[in-house]
Design a protein around this ligand. Sequence first.
Ligand SMILES: Nc1ncnc2c1ncn2[C@@H]1O[C@H](COP(=O)(O)OP(=O)(O)OP(=O)(O)O)[C@@H](O)[C@H]1O
Ligand SMILES: [Mg+2]
Length: 340
Amino acid sequence: MAFEDIGIDLGTASVQVCQSGRGIILEEPSVVAVNTRTDAVLAVGDEAYKMIGRTPSYIQAVHPLEDGVISNYEMTEKMIQYFLRKCCKNSVFKPRVVLCVPSGVTEVEARAAVDAAVSAGARKVYLIEEPVAAALGAGIDISIPNGVMVVDIGGGTTDIAVISLSGVVTKTSIKLAGQKMDQAVIRYIRQSRGILIGEKTAEEIKIKIGTVYMEDSDPDMEMEAKGRDLSLGLPRKFIISRRELMPVLQELAIQIVQSVQSVVERTPPELVGDIFVNGLMLTGGGAMINGLDRLITQRTNIKCTLAQDPIECVAKGTVKAFELLNVLQDGFFPVSTHNH
Ligand SMILES: Nc1ncnc2c1ncn2[C@@H]1O[C@H](COP(=O)(O)OP(=O)(O)OP(=O)(O)O)[C@@H](O)[C@H]1O
Ligand SMILES: [Mg+2]
């Protein structure tokens, strides 16, 4: 039954659950708060996110998926179970689940994630590759012999893939995405102002005034933020402008552009021709950084489209994949067909 089909995007920054017929039913940060004295999990998702940077020493708010890999298996398992149970608590039937794990995870880790979903009550679990899910969620017909390029920029990883006939032809994955940009903002404010800011403040600065391409965006836009003065140890306010921050973020965006170029170089010429015509699709939250589409087009000659609701593409794509179970080859391996 369709309404028992659930797709989970297990992202580095956030977890989203999508249900066929209903759309996104859960979206929470992929954060777990643990008591390090007892190893007990205190909070998951939204609740745990509020604790970041505000915990006493024995409580730690951790991102169990870091840099697009499962850095803490136990926490990841707890997180999957928490979210799945939250979504299915009123459900009589056990759901079928399409799970999208970060592309850097090993087969062992992917299986572990599948097992966690099964132990949380899934009837059957399939894995899907992130760029394939992203393409489906962005509304691209991947089943035809026509090359499409998808660039999914999440929190931890950027996945770049050329897809044709429902399979991934060429791809790469780099550990450079939204969170690296936040870290660059933190570093820059420390170097230029001697002020230490937290990761949430850095993300806010990036989203509000960050850009990677100056033309036609207001360079004088600025914002005020707060942090701790490193020499005095006291709180201090500062002002930062879009113009000042631009080179810091652009340097990272250029590395993403170079990876796009390297994938194009490895792609068969017929498909490169298709990409030239079709352009590339940008998905993932990190793709929303101001000016990225223009920077890519300027440097590669490929036109870019930012998907609608880029953050939701992968989760929506996981549910769409249920319609294509028999068509999809690569990127949709029924690793687990556990029947319980
Ligand atoms: N408007 C915006 N401008 C720039 N960046 C944004 C914006 N909105 C969200 N982001 C960034 O998007 C990132 C999260 O994107 P997303 O939810 O797609 O990641 P994820 O799927 O959890 O990670 P991954 O795919 O790497 O596992 C964060 O780094 C966040 O700061
Ligand atoms: Mg993602």
